[in-house]
Design a protein around this ligand. Structure first.
Ligand code: HAM
Length: 481
């Protein structure tokens, strides 16, 4: 017989199995609870969007957009999609004119609103049709979610909502990066964004305070906060030119990647981890010395606001971040136990991104936590303990006792107690052994005598202490713990 090919998960993606999945849920629950105390609400976003959304917000020249996105063409499959493609490609071929009378009366007969303007095709040739069929829009799996949040903010007119719009999201992101420990092609982020009219530095500091409240809640320790300001559209372009000029002078000493970036995105040279480039980078002009007055004042106030909250940080003038939408405040948090991929959170201000995507003038700031890395760091610190999934294991003996076992299980589960009940008769010893292996704290023994007496034996597995209890007493006893 031919061997059956075993299908495995593709490169860079992983399954998160129990009991780890329970620890992931606890971390996500902690985020929900802590973020709620800072008045954030959850936004659920699509996992794919038009490619152009990411290209425009993250930037065409960034690694994320130019190399790492999973992009596909959504070819027209239905007549509606084909029609949409044709109207988009050949708008001149269509004219709007009043809905013809037969169609008006048809709609009217059905009791539907009569469309005011109909659309009439003038001419469509076969080559045009072929082009529309091959067209399809470009879609990408989301490499991050800030762009989607901003798109949703504009699309739903959220600027009219009261106060700042404070949103968080939890979910998978996709980047075609070279997989290694802490770096995956499908990874999970817990992110937050604050959008509104104000860029008060107190917002920046409170967001960072919230991050530390969250990390404190999940017990992640040894964190370092790196902080920088990368200026605004006034001062950054001047600094970038200065940096470019300085880099051109040292260009022959730089590696190929950095040499290329001198022209495309010189700020990214500062990100370089190549040992031979470090001393050269240290000699380059620093943004902190070239901020305009407004940015200087803003950054000084961000720092004062962090001090007010007792949050320690390290100034890092090289922290420019890999996405183009940032301005002013940028930050990153690193954690121990992770090797080279040690950033567990990155974020910053992106005033102007809403306008760039066609929305009203809006300020924005946010962050995203890499959940995979948080879990790895917690694991390295021995903070992930597998918890049993069963409170009580019902051992029923003899077919006549099964109805009582089923009824009792239903009652206990209704009270929120986690119950395992064997679906088929199981030998007493085997059932107790399984209860033990599953880490159940109790076994409930049901024999024919118990059914007759209406009392069940509750056995605490740690010390084998047994008590005889009615159904109501059992619920009360197990609910206590
Ligand atoms: P980012 O720095 O690209 O920022 O990603 C944030 C975090 O996601 C990283 O610090 C890291 O923990 C995690 N991460 C990124 N790529 C991977 C990967 N391939 N595997 C595992 N973890 C990864 C953003 O995504 C911005 N949207 C953050 C933001 C929100 N800025 C403002 N608002």
């Amino acid at each position: 017989m031919a061997e059956i090919k075993q299908i495995r998960a593709i490169k860079g993606v992983r399954d998160i199995l129990p009991p780890a999945s329970a620890a992931w849920n606890r971390v996500e629950q902690a985020a929900r609870e802590v973020f709620a105390t800072y008045a954030l609400s959850e936004i659920r976003l699509p996992e794919f969007e038009e490619t152009e959304l990411f290209a425009r917000s993250i930037g065409e020249d960034t690694d994320v957009v130019s190399k790492e996105m999973f992009t596909f063409r959504n070819l027209a499959e239905t007549s509606e999609e084909l029609f949409a493609a044709i109207t988009k490609l050949f708008p001149d071929q269509f004219v709007k004119e009043p809905t013809p009378e037969p169609i008006r009366s048809f709609h009217a007969e059905l009791g539907e609103t009569v469309p005011e303007k109909g659309m009439r095709r003038i001419s469509l040739t076969m080559p045009m049709l072929a082009e529309a069929m091959a067209h399809g829009e470009l879609l990408s799996l989301r490499p991050e979610a800030t762009a989607s949040v901003v798109r949703a903010y504009i699309e739903h007119g959220m600027q009219t909502l009261a106060g700042d719009v404070k949103l968080y999201y939890i979910g998978p992101m996709f980047r075609r990066e070279r997989p290694q420990k802490g770096r995956y092609r499908q990874f999970y982020q817990i992110g937050a964004e604050v959008l509104g009219q104000s860029d008060a530095p107190g917002i920046d500091a409170e967001l960072i305070e919230m991050l530390f409240a969250f990390f404190g809640r999940i017990g992640l320790e040894g964190l370092t906060l790196d902080l920088n300001s990368i200026g605004c559209k006034e001062c950054r372009p001047k600094y970038v030119e200065l940096l470019r000029a300085a880099l051109r002078k040292v260009s022959p000493k730089l590696g190929a990647d950095s040499q290329r970036r001198i022209e495309t995105n010189p700020l990214r040279v500062l990100d370089s981890k190549l040992p031979e480039e470090q001393s050269i980078i240290e000699g380059l002009p620093r943004i902190s010395e070239h901020l305009c007055e407004d940015c200087k004042v803003h950054f000084a106030e961000v720092r004062r606001q962090l001090d007010l909250r007792g949050i320690a940080y390290k100034l890092n003038w090289r922290l420019v971040r890999g996405l183009d939408y940032y301005m002013r405040t940028t930050f990153e948090i690193t954690a121990p136990g992770l090797g080279s991929q040690n950033a567990v959170c990155g974020g910053g201000r992106y005033d102007g991104l809403v306008e760039l995507l066609g929305g009203p003038p809006t300020k924005g700031i946010g962050f995203a936590i890499g959940e995979d890395r948080v879990m790895l760091s917690l694991e390295a610190a021995g903070k992930i303990v597998a918890e049993p999934v069963v409170d009580a294991f019902i051992v029923w003996m003899g077919a006549a006792t099964q109805p009582a076992a089923i009824k009792l299980a239903q009652r206990l589960r209704g009270a929120g107690i986690r119950v395992e009940v064997p679906p088929a008769e199981t030998k007493f010893k085997k059932a107790l052994g399984l209860a033990d292996k599953l880490g159940a704290r109790y076994a409930i023994l049901i024999g024919e005598n118990e059914v007759v007496a209406g009392k069940f034996t509750l056995k605490r597995l740690a010390d084998a202490v047994q008590t005889s209890l009615t159904e109501a007493e059992l619920v009360a006893e197990l609910s206590k713990n």
